[in-house]
Design a protein around this ligand. Structure first.
Ligand SMILES: *[C@@H]1O[C@H](CO)[C@@H](O)[C@H](O)[C@H]1NC(C)=O
Ligand SMILES: *[C@@H]1O[C@H](CO)[C@@H](O)[C@H](O)[C@H]1NC(C)=O
Ligand SMILES: *[C@@H]1O[C@H](CO)[C@@H](O)[C@H](O)[C@H]1NC(C)=O
Ligand SMILES: *[C@@H]1O[C@H](CO)[C@@H](O)[C@H](O)[C@H]1NC(C)=O
Ligand SMILES: *[C@@H]1O[C@H](CO)[C@@H](O)[C@H](O)[C@H]1NC(C)=O
Ligand SMILES: *[C@@H]1O[C@H](CO)[C@@H](O)[C@H](O)[C@H]1NC(C)=O
Ligand SMILES: *[C@@H]1O[C@H](CO)[C@@H](O)[C@H](O)[C@H]1NC(C)=O
Ligand SMILES: *[C@@H]1O[C@H](CO)[C@@H](O)[C@H](O)[C@H]1NC(C)=O
Ligand SMILES: *[C@@H]1O[C@H](CO)[C@@H](O)[C@H](O)[C@H]1NC(C)=O
Ligand SMILES: *[C@@H]1O[C@H](CO)[C@@H](O)[C@H](O)[C@H]1NC(C)=O
Length: 465
């Protein structure tokens, strides 16, 4: 099997790849992703990694300073490897978009504002999933369409690109935005290092009546990977955030704030008629969304005309964004829903209570032999296989990670799981719920297949435990 540039899931994939390889550091040559998975299959065959997918941090030892020697080799190779993830001429997936439903099953218009659950407990009652599911779906689906479109819209804005890394844009393919909503602005950020001058859409601001929505996408570019790995907690930027926060996410939140978010809030909420604000992000975007939602709520509450406006945050597959002081401040101020699919690895990193920091990694990390503290924010609504509308048994089999199937694992757990789960609250059968072939197995199910599923040669994946 060949591993391709699976932009959205690649961070974790690379960590797993190198963990399984256990190669010595330093590496003179960066192995290609294809050869990495080939080597890994040679070493491990079809065996599962020796820990459960929902125990990633303890399983890899990334929480344990005492094991730094070996773990740092793993992390260093992971950081080195992700450089090969942005490939030239990768497929532009915008044609895969399908319009988000705009009504719930009983015909109620969506989205509607979330119930106020502040101060957030660690876990919210699962009954909220059904009660607020249609609004959760709407934010997810529009965000997912935005992610499918973004690689197609990348542009050589300043015409200074020197490498061939950028994915081919196709500006004739538009973002399938929700009907009736106005796109107030789309915020572009540079993929600034290897691809100087190439900018990608990173967030968008939508307006309809009194509702304002901010959507922030997940990892797709080389610069996004560097952001993900800049997980030291040194303060940066002018946003006033409690505690210590992830430097990479904080830098991006500051950028978005200054290039458009603050202005959008001022014009439409403080000076305008908007009474409902929501921020939704996936993966990296959910890490950044935590900071943006806090900043937005803090900004609005200090202005008399917007003091009562609540900011709802929808965090799909969110990595951790800061320490315990940060999490406590967030829980008090932001009306968030935190959605981790149980076997998704991204919401488990950077590891809590501490994430090892290493020497010899690509991204400079102050405090190289120590750890950085991370705490998960509250408002968790964990998504479980049993709640999937189709092939629940197959979703449950993703509890084990198989080295030769890691890309498939990441695609299912980090992307398709959210698409599938929330589709049940509206009439949307384009749900990526299917993992096994419905005609040749007894798995059954209604909807569409997750990307790279079903497996067409060899046994079905995920495997029966
Ligand atoms: C991880 O290990 C720590 C320390 O041994 C333990 O306190 C914690 O409960 C473990 N977490 C899980 C999810 O097993
Ligand atoms: C990318 O596609 C263009 C147009 O098809 C082609 O000319 C170019 O050689 C390709 N680049 C790579 C690195 O494959
Ligand atoms: C839903 O979208 C359709 C267009 O696709 C539109 O005609 C309809 O008015 C919308 N309904 C609501 C409740 O927004
Ligand atoms: C429609 O369903 C939603 C939950 O999806 C519920 O909150 C609402 O009360 C329902 N409305 C009607 C008219 O049944
Ligand atoms: C950017 O410029 C390079 C070199 O001129 C070109 O090969 C590439 O296709 C351009 N990419 C986009 C997305 O326009
Ligand atoms: C862009 O997308 C359109 C619509 O799918 C397609 O017809 C066209 O060939 C694409 N252009 C390129 C350069 O890929
Ligand atoms: C970043 O944190 C490290 C470790 O705590 C500290 O030594 C260093 O001075 C900090 N750098 C900045 C710019 O704050
Ligand atoms: C970090 O640990 C390595 C051994 O793992 C040691 O050689 C090095 O001196 C340490 N660096 C610092 C700054 O403590
Ligand atoms: C799924 O999306 C396709 C467009 O890609 C559309 O033609 C089809 O009707 C959709 N299927 C369902 C069941 O909504
Ligand atoms: C399921 O298996 C059958 C028989 O091998 C095959 O014809 C069909 O294309 C498969 N379906 C998918 C979606 O791959």
């Amino acid at each position: 099997m060949r591993v391709r540039a699976a932009g959205l899931g690649g961070l974790l994939l690379s960590v797993l790849l190198v963990q399984a390889l256990a190669l010595p550091w330093p590496y003179n040559n960066v192995p290609s992703i294809d050869s990495l998975e080939g080597d890994m299959c040679n070493i491990y065959g079809e065996a599962a990694l020796p820990f459960a997918a929902n125990n990633f941090c303890n399983g890899t030892g990334f929480t344990t300073p005492g094991l730094l020697g070996y773990r740092c080799d793993v992390l260093a190779l992971a950081e080195h490897t992700f450089q090969s993830f942005s490939k030239p001429n990768a497929t532009c997936p915008a044609a895969k978009q399908t319009r988000a439903a705009n009504v719930s099953l009983n015909g109620t218009a969506i989205p509607w504002p979330l119930s106020d659950q502040r101060p957030l407990p660690a876990n919210l009652p699962a009954s909220l999933l059904a009660a607020e599911g249609p609004s959760m779906y709407w934010h997810w689906k529009n965000l997912y369409n935005f992610e499918l479109w973004a690689p197609c819209a990348a542009t050589n804005a300043s015409k200074t690109q020197t490498s061939g890394w950028v994915r081919m844009g196709n500006s004739s393919l538009e973002w399938l935005r929700p009907v009736g909503w106005r796109v107030l602005s789309t915020l572009w950020v540079k993929d600034g290092l290897a691809q100087a001058g190439v900018t990608w859409p990173f967030a968008t601001v939508l307006l309809k009546g009194k509702q304002l929505v901010i959507l922030i996408r997940g990892t797709e570019t080389y610069a996004d990977w560097l952001t993900d790995f800049t997980y030291n907690e040194n303060k940066t930027g002018t946003l006033s955030l409690p505690g210590a926060t992830h430097q990479g996410f904080t830098a991006l939140a500051n950028t978005l704030w200054s290039i458009g978010l603050r202005a959008a809030l001022f014009t439409n909420v403080v000076e305008g008629s908007v009474t409902s604000v929501s921020v939704a992000g996936h993966s990296l975007g959910a890490g950044v969304s935590q900071l943006v939602a806090y900043a937005a709520q803090d900004y609005l509450r200090h202005r008399s005309r917007s003091a009562n406006v609540k900011v709802d945050a929808y965090l799909f597959a969110p990595p951790n964004a800061g320490d315990a002081t940060w999490a406590a401040g967030f829980n008090k101020l932001v009306n968030a829903r935190r959605f981790p699919f149980i076997y998704d690895i991204i919401p488990q990193v950077p590891c809590t209570p501490t994430m090892a920091a290493c020497k010899n990694t690509v991204v400079p990390n102050p405090n190289p032999n120590g750890t950085w503290p991370y705490t998960t924010v509250g408002g968790t609504l964990q998504l479980l296989p049993a709640g999937m509308p189709s092939q629940a048994a197959q979703w449950g089999m993703l509890s084990k990670m198989y080295p030769c199937q890691l890309e498939r694992f990441v695609l299912a757990t980090h992307i398709c799981s959210y698409n599938c789960y929330f589709s049940q609250y509206v009439s949307d059968k384009n749900n990526t719920c299917l993992l096994w072939n419905t005609t040749t197995t007894s798995a059954g199910g209604v909807g569409t297949y997750c990307s790279q599923y079903p497996v067409t040669s060899g046994p079905q994946y995920p495997f029966t435990p």
